[in-house]
Design a protein around this ligand. Structure first.
Ligand code: 2YH
Length: 284
């Protein structure tokens, strides 16, 4: 799993309004709108309820330690969405204790392996990988003008790709999977097929061939330059939650408004909405 670097996130806080406007241009929905779409929720109702949640972001020193501005940035995204969010004064156990003792509704915290939101009333846990997969699949659905009955390629069958594939299957897309580890693709195919009773999911073997006939792509690998300029076609729409992005700089420039990629915003937005509304209603 890729550990975020300060350079991956330092631009986020001052540009939240601009990023949300950019998403609106690309998908027709704001940052909150995409998160609501991912959770099958009405944005107006959700907006009104965001401020009910008081969320404590707890910095974690375990493993490789604090990432400069990580907690501040998560809190800034939550605040932008309308939640009441604060970074704990202390780290680790003391921060968790503060979140409970001070009456927060939820906490968010990340180590080198997981980034989670925990509802302190219901004990519901939302994982960032799951949230990002759903959020970017929702953005792809919006860019496609509806992904139902369309062929969509999911690159990377880790936790983010698996979650995105499940979301896309729930939207009745025809899902194709590709992972350098075929067993990972088989596992996702089995899991998602069982959950949504769809026999349609296929496994692709070759990246160039698969990209040559897929217009809609969820790029969920952490491998830079998975999609290079030569593999991009003008009609392609790509949602790329991978960090670092698997879309090369040249391919990103070619895709322009047809690419959605960020390192934290959409995943955190889906986590926030799931805190406000409880378990995500993924199946339409
Ligand atoms: O970047 C990470 C991991 N790759 C998990 C991300 C899950 N998608 N974790 C952030 C670590 C933050 C650090 N412990 C802090 O500043 O609190």
């Amino acid at each position: 799993m890729t550990r975020l670097q300060p350079d991956d996130i330092c631009h986020i806080t001052p540009n939240l309004a601009g990023y949300s406007r950019e998403l609106e241009k690309k998908t027709g929905r704001s940052l909150l709108g995409i998160a609501c779409h991912a959770c099958n929720l009405d944005e107006g109702q959700c907006k009104a309820r965001m401020q009910d949640k008081q969320i404590c972001v707890v910095p974690v020193t375990a493993g490789l330690g604090i990432i400069s501005r990580f907690s501040d940035t998560v809190a800034a995204i939550l605040t932008f969405l309308g939640c009441r969010a604060k970074v704990a004064d202390q780290t680790d156990v003391s921060g968790v204790a503060q979140a409970f003792a001070s009456g927060y509704d939820a906490l968010m915290m990340a180590d080198d392996h997981r980034f989670v939101a925990i509802d302190l009333h219901t004990r519901q846990v939302t994982d960032n990988a799951d949230a990002a997969g759903r959020g970017f699949a929702a953005a792809l659905d919006l860019m496609a003008g509806g992904i139902r009955d369309r062929d969509v390629l999911v690159l990377g069958c880790g936790p983010v790709g698996a979650s995105g594939a499940a979301m896309l299957a729930s939207l009745d897309a025809r899902v194709a999977l590709l992972d350098k580890d075929r067993r990972a693709a088989e596992w996702v195919k089995e899991t998602v097929s069982g959950r949504y009773r769809t026999a349609d999911i296929i496994i692709e073997e070759d990246l160039e061939t698969a990209l040559s006939y897929h217009r809609f792509v969820l790029e969920a690998t952490p491998v830079p330059d998975t999609i290079t300029g030569t593999l991009v076609s003008p009609e392609m729409r790509v949602a790329a939650p991978g960090v670092p992005s698997g879309v090369s700089a040249e391919a990103a420039a070619m895709l322009g408004p047809h690419l959605v990629h960020d390192t934290l915003e959409i995943g955190v937005a889906v986590m926030a909405v799931s805190l406000v509304y409880g378990p995500i209603r993924i199946k339409r």
